[in-house]
Design a protein around this ligand. Structure first.
Ligand code: AVJ
Length: 321
């Protein structure tokens, strides 16, 4: 007798149409304002996601390996404190880390993935269904801050946000996100947050500017995304990847900078923009944290830290409402 694992339910709150519309609006706004700031969301099409996977295997990119090790060492302990019957993972993440968590979780009944990308969810769930046949699995295609209300599952959730992705938010977006999480948590439910910590700029820059140019390719890919989606004519050969430590804001700042003046046409938006040589298009920030300030910030948003584990490079913070 063959055992059929049921197909996980996926709720779609963001459609492809919505994404296309949002990209158009974001590009229009980014090109019309100065400095030009694009949302990092558009870096992660299927090509960008594959390039990010390649980044996680690069020697200088320590955050991935460090967090994986920290999870391996502390998942059981964190789960024992949180006692969840449901894990809700924000961002599909690497299923490798998800598995580390699920392997250590006793008495878990539900796993739910929330991601802006339908394909990320579609890729993650089937493998998990095979490995954890007794878990009820589901997915939500939605936005981290706006659609948490759709993640009510089980009785006692642990909402998991790993990879330092919270560092990609600007401070006001981060506050909105923390508040949205706090509001969505029922008593005794928790947030498990993975963050990257402030360290010597030399190591940070090395992690975001690898000699093989994988991070450069990942960053430049966003121009290909815009070219394809909006019929634009960014010439990728004229743009360089720049990764700089912004000491004032304690974050890595990734941008694309043209070596010579560029006239860029975005046909489907019917706009034309002039970039001067060296004028940046900002594509991603990656904020690095200090634990005391982060804990204060969480408290200020209604989230009480209950456990912190760290190896000095990255940290996992467990917080309850
Ligand atoms: C997984 C989104 C948090 O900021 O370190 C890696 C993305 N960008 N190298 C990070 C990223 C360039 C990564 N996040």
């Amino acid at each position: 007798m063959t055992h059929q694992t049921p197909t996980p339910r996926v709720l779609t709150l963001l459609t492809e149409d919505w994404a296309a519309q949002a990209l158009a609006e974001d590009v229009r706004r980014a090109l019309a304002t100065s400095p030009h700031i694009l949302s990092p969301r558009w870096l992660y099409d299927s090509c960008g996601s594959a390039l990010f996977e390649a980044i996680t295997r690069l020697e200088p990119y320590y955050p991935f390996r460090a967090e994986r090790q920290l999870l391996a060492d502390h998942a059981a302990e964190l789960l024992a404190v949180a006692c969840p019957d449901a894990v809700v993972e924000l961002g599909a993440g690497s299923s490798e880390k998800t598995r580390q968590l699920l392997d250590a979780a006793e008495g878990l009944e539900h796993f739910m993935a929330l991601d802006v990308s339908a394909s990320a969810i579609g890729d993650a769930l089937p493998g998990l269904a095979q490995r954890y046949p007794s878990l009820s699995l589901s997915g939500v295609v939605g936005d981290f801050s706006e659609h948490l209300h759709a993640t009510v599952v089980g009785e006692r959730r642990m909402v998991v946000f790993l990879g330092g992705t919270v560092g990609n938010f600007y401070p006001d977006e981060r506050r909105d996100f923390f508040r949205a999480v706090a509001e969505s948590l029922r008593p005794a439910e928790s947030l498990l947050l993975g963050v990257d910590l402030v360290k010597e700029p030399r190591r940070l820059v090395a992690a975001y500017d690898d000699p093989q140019g994988v991070t450069a390719a990942f960053n430049k890919n966003v121009l290909a995304v815009v070219n394809r989606a909006l019929d634009a004519d960014f010439d990728l050969r004229d743009w360089s990847h720049v990764a700089r430590w912004d000491a004032e804001h304690q974050r890595m700042a990734l941008s694309l900078v043209p070596s010579t003046a560029q006239r860029v046409r975005v046909k489907s938006l019917d706009i034309e923009v002039q970039f001067e040589a060296g004028e940046a298009l900002h594509t991603e920030i990656s904020t690095k944290f200090r634990l005391p300030a982060l804990q204060d910030e969480l408290r200020g948003c209604g989230l009480a830290p209950t456990r912190v584990v760290t190896d000095g490079d990255v940290a996992l913070v467990l917080a309850t409402r």
